[in-house]
Every structure is written in C-alpha cells, then in structure tokens.
Design a protein around this ligand. Structure first.
Ligand code: AP5
Length: 220
C-alpha cells in the first residue's frame, strides 16, 4: 500500500504512522524526520533547510521534491506511508507525476482533522527520543520515567520549532499552503480512496478508525 497522511502540525501524523507501519509492514517516510537527520548531520540540504524549519516556514519545493523522490525510490515493494509530504499543491502534483512514471499511484489519503485550539497544547507538550524517534507528551502520553525514552533509555528532547511563537507560524503556513492539498486529493488527483478522520479524539480511538479504513484499502 502507498498511503499519504495529511494533517496540521500536531494532528498526530507521526503518532499514527508508527502504528500503521507496525501493522501493515510499510516504511514510514517523514519529510520532517528526514530533514532533521540532514540537519543533525550538517549536510548541504540540512544547512539550507535549517532557517526555514526554525521559523516554521516551509522548505522550498525543489529541495523537498528531490529529497522525497529519493526516499520513495528506495522504499520496499510492500509500500510506504508519507508523513508531512506533500505539503503544497505543487508537491502533490510532482508526486503524482513521478509515481506515474514508474507505474504507481497513491492508494489512499487519510486527512487527520484537528481543531486549532488543540494544536498548541499538543505540540508544546511533545517530547521526542533523539535515538529511536518515539514521540511522547508530558500529559497525554507520558513515558514510564519522566524525560526518559521507554524503548532505549535516551533523554527525551523538545524540538526547537515546538515553541509557542513558531507553532503559530507553522499553523498560519498550514492553512495557507497545505490545506489546499486536501482539496487537491478530494478532486484532482489520480490517488485512490480519500478519508477524513476526527483527530481531536484520543490517539487510540484515532488508530481504530485509521485501521478500519486501511483494512478496506488493503482488501480492495
Ligand atoms: P514536520 O516534522 O512534518 O512537522 P509537522 O507537520 O508540523 O507535524 P508534527 O511533527 O509537529 O506533528 P504530527 O502531526 O506528526 O504530530 P505528533 O504525532 O508528533 O515538519 C517540520 C518542519 O519541516 C516544517 O515546519 C517545515 O519547515 C519542514 N518540512 C517538513 N516537510 C516539508 C514539506 N513537505 N515541504 C516543506 N517543508 C517541509 O503528535 C504531536 C503531539 O501530540 C505528541 O506529543 C503526541 O503524543 C500528541 N498526540 C498525538 N495524537 C494525539 C491525540 N489524538 N490526542 C492527544 N494527543 C495526541
């Protein structure tokens, strides 16, 4: 299966993707995670992306499209789930085109809808493991020991773009640049099924609905 997960910052894309890949044996391709790795390794791409990421702006399409095409080309035949990409209509068109060239298409698009008022609380309370990428929350999803990853004992960190000020900018850019991607998938794209899910609910309830939809896609 080839899946796109859409949603505002803090909608729970990363949280649900980790559960999806475990259940369906897909690979998780997160544009944000790939960019953070490039930044940590000090690559040219990472250096170019850093100032955009720190201010909550989108990284230019030409850098992202090439980076994600490379990641998709290495994905196994079982498929992938895209998280954070595409994020502009131009990126969505480029993705459709590059998949068509290799005789593939997106099988399903899931849009996680969350109210703006929940986003700030979720993002500013997020803590992540720098080693395994596990995601926690200081109230909603606490690790067994405060500040320590359950999986590998690493000290949890807060992302530099998870401050109140940067979140406001990320949300502004989401409404302006990424919401039109939802309409693109509803109306124009060659992608398969489109589903909208209520991501205000707790993460386990959201997963039940995600799996219900993806089971249908897997059987079709
Ligand atoms: P990216 O890393 O993609 O960030 P994002 O889209 O802003 O999404 P987040 O990772 O913040 O949220 P999420 O939906 O994954 O939520 P999570 O599951 O962690 O992008 C970062 C930056 O990179 C961008 O700003 C941009 O600069 C650049 N970039 C990336 N892709 C790009 C592209 N395609 N084009 C251009 N630039 C790009 O959950 C958040 C918190 O809430 C966690 O603590 C979690 O435990 C909690 N939580 C999750 N679900 C629930 C729930 N249902 N109820 C309660 N709490 C929940």
């Amino acid at each position: 299966m080839r899946i796109v997960l859409l949603g505002a910052p803090g909608a729970g894309k990363g949280t649900q993707c980790k559960r999806i890949i475990d259940k369906y044996g897909l690979v998780h391709l997160s544009s944000g995670d790939i960019l953070r790795k490039e930044r940590a390794e000090g690559t040219e791409l990472g250096k170019k992306a850093e100032s955009y990421m720190n201010s909550g702006a989108l990284v230019p399409d030409e850098l992202i499209v090439e980076m994600m095409a490379g990641a998709i080309s290495k994905a196994p035949s079982t498929g992938f789930v895209l998280d954070g990409f595409p994020r502009t209509v131009n990126q969505a068109r480029q993705l459709d085109k590059s998949l068509a060239i290799i005789g593939q298409k997106i099988d399903a698009v899931l849009n996680l809808k969350v109210q703006d008022r929940l986003v700030t609380e979720r993002i500013t309370g997020r803590r992540s493991c720098p080693q395994c990428g596990a995601v926690y929350h200081i109230e909603n999803l606490r690790p067994r020991t405060d500040g320590i990853c359950d999986n590998d004992g690493a000290e949890l960190i807060q992302r530099p773009d998870d401050s109140f000020e940067v979140v406001a900018n990320r949300m502004k850019n989401y409404h302006r640049q990424t919401e039109p991607v939802v309409d693109y998938y509803k109306t124009n794209s060659s992608a398969g099924a489109f589903y909208e899910l209520d991501a205000d609910k707790d993460a386990d309830q959201v997963s039940v609905e995600v799996f219900e939809k993806l089971d249908t896609v897997a059987k079709s």
